[in-house]
Design a binder for this molecule. Structure first.
Ligand code: GRG
Length: 296
């Protein structure tokens, strides 16, 4: 029987939504406005790809998805922090995200900035609290991995080079650096953290790191393509913004056809890295294919 990814994603999305609702600070605690701003963006409809990768990474090595749920929510918090800050007027100055007004449009710039800051800190609290369901010795390398992937060695570093490259002629290596760090680092950390928390061997961790790097690149290439060919209703944000901002993208550098070919090749390589894994890794194989086939 073929694996039903649609049903898998739906079940996991619902579980993550419930867990986020339970774990986020409530609006009846101080300071309520900050908590409202946090909940507004985190509970908005997103694909939940990063938390799902945490759960699927745990399952791929025979671990329990339920045991890594707090870390899965932590990865979504870090992702949403990056979205809120990326939308601010000092960065992309975007009005819409996930089909609704951006955080600063509703709560103002200062509150949006602070909501992002609070989410980053909350993420590390949640990972530390995962001690209730996984061994303490597995948490330390996971904390290090996620901290590295979020900051200058990962997402923030990639964002800076992306920002500095706008309107510039860049070489393919720089474009690769941007995609690998801005997007790939957090996706890689997601799949790997689920596995590390469940006691992955070195060989399993190495394979999942490569898997994450390949899907990370495929995801960002697909995102670049969707910004040209996508449906803005489905995406929940306007298209064409990369071209408007003269951003460094795969289609701009290589054209649409070559970009599609490269994205599919990355998916093939991602699936190949899972050769030593059994049917427990079927969700990861299906997620890799979905990354280039998605329309949002
Ligand atoms: C501002 C610290 C800081 C970092 C910004 C990740 C990032 C770096 C900015 C977000 C904007 C962006 C377009 C990033 C590329 C990664 C990406 C495609 C994010 C959108 O992720 P999806 O498609 O969104 O998974 P949903 O809403 O489904 O979660």
């Amino acid at each position: 029987m073929t694996f039903d990814l649609k049903a898998y994603l739906k079940t996991k999305q619902e579980r993550i939504q419930q867990a986020l609702d339970d774990l986020l600070p409530t609006t009846d605690s101080m300071p309520p406005k900050l908590h409202e701003a946090i909940r507004y963006s985190v509970l908005a409809p997103g694909k939940r790809l990063r938390p799902i990768l945490v759960l699927a990474g745990a399952e791929a090595i025979g671990g329990s998805a339920e045991s890594v749920l707090r870390t899965a929510c932590a990865l979504e918090c870090i992702h949403v922090f990056s979205l809120i800050h990326d939308d601010l007027p000092c960065m992309d100055n975007d009005d819409y995200r996930r089909g609704r007004l951006t955080n600063h449009k509703v709560y103002g710039e200062a509150m949006a900035l602070l909501a992002g800051d609070a989410l980053l800190a909350l993420a590390f609290q949640l990972i530390a609290e995962n001690i209730e369901t996984v061994p303490a010795q597995n948490i330390l390398p996971t904390l290090r991995l996620i901290a590295q992937a979020s900051g200058t060695w990962g997402m923030v570093g990639g964002q800076v080079v992306d920002m500095e490259s706008q309107g510039q002629e860049i070489v393919p290596d720089t474009l690769h650096y941007i995609h690998k760090h801005k997007t790939g680092a957090l996706l890689t950390a997601s799949v790997l953290s689920g596995a590390l928390l469940c006691g992955a061997t070195e060989a399993q961790a190495d394979a999942l790191t490569k898997y994450g790097e390949h899907i990370g690149l495929a995801f960002q290439i697909a995102d670049d393509i969707l910004d040209i060919t996508g449906d803005q209703e489905k995406l929940g944000k306007p298209i064409g913004s990369d071209e408007e901002r003269d951003k460094a993208t795969y289609p701009k550098m290589f054209g649409l056809e070559e970009s599609r070919r490269r994205a599919h090749e990355e998916v093939r390589l991602a699936i190949e890295t899972l050769q030593g894994f059994d049917e427990n890794a079927e969700p990861l194989r299906a997620i890799a294919r979905y990354i280039v086939e998605r329309d949002l």
